[in-house]
Structures are given as C-alpha cells and as structure tokens.
Design a protein. Sequence first.
Lengths: 114, 110
Amino acid sequence: GESVGLHLPTLSVQEGDNSIINCAYSNSASDYFIWYKQESGKGPQFIIDIRSNMDKRQGQRVTVLLNKTVKHLSLQIAATQPGDSAVYFCAEISNYNQGGKLIFGQGTELSVKP
Amino acid sequence: DSGVTQTPKHLITATGQRVTLRCSPRSGDLSVYWYQQSLDQGLQFLIQYYNGEERAKGNILERFSAQQFPDLHSELNLSSLELGDSALYFCASSVEETQYFGPGTRLLVL
C-alpha cells in the first residue's frame, strides 16, 4: 500500500551542527517529493522538492537526496539554527496527472540546542 | 506568508453542528486542496479541486463536502460534527505539483 514514513520521530542537534532527517517511501511509482517544515501553530511551509529523475537537489542551507534503489529520501540542513526547530515532513505525489494528492510521512521533530 | 488565506483561525462548536471553512488560494493558482491534521492520523488528504471541478478525492467522510467557486476560493463544509472531527484543517493551492499551505483552521468539537 501507499505509505511514507520517517525513521526517527525526534532529532536533537547542537546549534551550528548539520542535521539529517530521513524518510522512507513505499510507492515506487512516486515521481515527486517535497519536504515541508511545520512550526507550532502554523501550516506546513515548503522547503525543497525533488523529482524522481534526480538524485540530489540543493537549496539555501538545505539539500535533498533521493535514493530510488532503496526508496529513501533525506533532508540535510547545514549549520542548523534555533529557527530550524520544527516538525519536518516528507511528502510524495504519484500520478500527478490523476490528481495532486500529497501523501505525508508522520514527521520528525527537530530540536536545536543553543 | 504563503499567500494562501484561511478563515476562521479557530472554531469551537458542538457535536451535531455544521461549520464552513473558507480558503482563498494564491493569486493565479487553479488547484485547491484540503487536508486534515489530527494527532493520531497526521496530515491526511481530503479533496482537490481544479478550476471549479473536483479532481481527486481522499479519505473524506460523506458528512464532509467541498466546492470551489468561480473566483477560485473554496469552502469545506463539515456537518453532523463528532468529537473526532476536532483537528486542524489546512487548505493548500498550487499551479503545478508544489503545494503551498495556508495557516489552517483549528476546529474543536465539544
């Protein structure tokens, strides 16, 4: 069945360190993946996306890696800051032409210690 | 600020009642999506509209319905409310795949 899951529910890092948040997906037909950040009391905020024909994509302080062989997605945050503290969700879309339904993982809570 | 607006921010009502949640998409976005976020179910897709037409349906209860109007704003109607309907309801909009979320409506059913 369809599922997107996160390996770790919580992650605690020191300010300035790099963070790695992982996500496993089960639908090999998924062709588009997005990472969202959700702060308390707010809606999910787009961070970065990647298509299935790519292995890596970089943004500002963030990098997403896609390993289709093992159906694994990761989000790397460089020089993590206190403002990065939030819950991070991976989400996938398959068959976009039949609708843009996002399937979300359960989320990882990132806590940044000053 | 994503550009997606939702009203109201908070809603408290009683079981058996009916409420309407409203969403205005980003300027130019034709697709509107509704999601429910609860503690035990996470973020769940409910329904998508594209330019006024229903495009995709998820785990939306029969007691729930939605529509998208000619000006592209959307409304989610929740009726015969139950305690378990208490959750955050998010609207998102998009041009293509990337969806941008609104701030949500927090619904509490007592």
